[in-house]
Design a protein around this ligand. Structure first.
Ligand SMILES: Nc1ncnc2c1ncn2[C@@H]1O[C@H](COP(=O)(O)OP(=O)(O)OP(=O)(O)O)[C@@H](O)[C@H]1O
Ligand SMILES: [Mg+2]
Length: 350
């Protein structure tokens, strides 16, 4: 069920509970402090409402408590006064504490998300700077040799021998640049995978719960169809979790700026036909253009303002080093579907 319907249902449920508390509080004697239960409604509502709406709800609860007090037909007036007072204090304190807790939780989520990003950007930022520096040197040398070559050829008569030497230098510098790129690629590959048998669904769950804050912050509905009866896979658990994290982050980013009714992500795990386990993530986000489909897995290809364009290229390197496959396609809801497979650990159990 879409998130906004679930939210509306929960709010309707709360209104019903409040009505029930009001009726019970009015019909029972002064000595029974039913109004205290408004606090429970506030506790349940605070995560669904803005701070202002939660305060308004608390005021409504206090007003209902006062009205019930005047309408209650039986009991000792003084006891009723004290009980109503206690209920009002309980409602106020609960609202204050719940709002404080919510704010603290939101701040913690924010800090966690920022930390994750900073960690990624600092490591990748350092990497890009070093790539730029390393590749720039042979490129500068190529330009110098090219200029020299032009000058040797422009002489009358042209000095072909010197021009050929300049061309040789250009070729060797170009090879150096390409060697550097290869080295950087192996660097992003990281260490050789440390393969072990593990339970993919469990690994998926851990990443999902790590990203829970981001998912909730953006009001995204996450649907998980995780098959627990799958056989163990043989791969580097940490690396595979990195791939899942990259894909989940991309899906969050793809739906985050879209309309509320399209903020859906669906995750599933299943068996492949070819002796592997499949992880699949579908989103209803901005989707994949033909250009994106051609370049998604290229290093440094990004359409995001703050993006680096390394997430998917690193993911592909990892999945392939672990004996699996990774691919993407557009889906029926107009968003993107990403999948990867990893081999089953034959004869091993988790
Ligand atoms: N779920 C998705 N829906 C739509 N486009 C996507 C999705 N995932 C990736 N893309 C496209 O692929 C590009 C490359 O993704 P990739 O994860 O490699 O880099 P990035 O997210 O731009 O940056 P970063 O290196 O920080 O992850 C993205 O910029 C985006 O255009
Ligand atoms: Mg990414």
């Amino acid at each position: 069920m879409p998130l906004q319907y679930r939210r509306m249902l929960s709010l309707a449920g709360m209104v019903l509970v409040m009505a029930a508390i009001f009726v019970a509080d009015t019909l029972t004697e002064y000595a029974v402090a039913v109004a205290v239960f408004y606090s429970v409604v506030i506790l349940a509502a605070v995560s669904l409402l803005t701070a202002r709406a939660a305060i308004a709800l608390a005021c409504v609860c206090i007003a209902l408590t006062v009205v019930s007090f005047y309408l209650t037909p039986a009991g000792l007036y003084k006891v009723g006064l004290i009980n109503s007072g206690i209920s009002i204090v309980a409602i106020s304190i609960t609202t204050w504490l719940a709002l404080k807790t919510e704010a603290a939780q939101a701040a913690a989520h924010d800090a966690q998300a920022r930390l994750l990003r900073i960690a990624r950007v600092t490591s990748l930022g350092g990497l890009t700077a070093s790539i730029a520096h390393e590749v720039n040197q042979p490129l500068a040398a190529i330009v110098t040799s090219g200029n020299a070559g032009q000058r040797w050829l422009a002489q009358d008569p042209p000095n072909v021998e010197k021009a050929l030497q300049a061309l040789d230098r250009i070729l060797s510098d170009a090879h150096r640049a390409s060697d550097i790129i290869d080295r950087v690629r192996s660097l992003t590959k990281g260490e050789k995978p440390r393969k072990s048998a593990f339970d993919l669904p469990q690994a998926v769950r851990e990443i999902v719960s790590l990203s829970r804050g981001e998912i909730e912050r953006h009001g995204i509905a996450l649907e998980a169809h995780i098959d627990d009866m799958l056989p163990a896979v043989l791969a580097d658990r940490v690396q595979i979790q990195q791939v899942i994290g990259n894909m989940l982050l991309n899906a969050i980013e793809a739906v985050a700026s879209g309309p509320a009714h399209r903020k859906n992500i669906r995750i599933s795990t299943s068996l492949t036909d070819g002796g592997g386990v499949l992880f699949c993530i579908e989103d209803a986000g901005c989707g994949l253009s033909p250009e994106a489909l051609d370049h998604l897995f290229d290093a440094f290809w990004t359409t995001k303002e703050g993006g680096i364009g390394l997430g998917l290229s690193i993911s592909r390197t990892i999945v392939e080093a672990n004996g699996g496959k990774i691919w993407a396609e557009p889906n029926a809801s107009g968003g993107a579907t990403f999948r990867f497979s990893v081999p089953i650990a034959k004869g091993k159990t988790t």
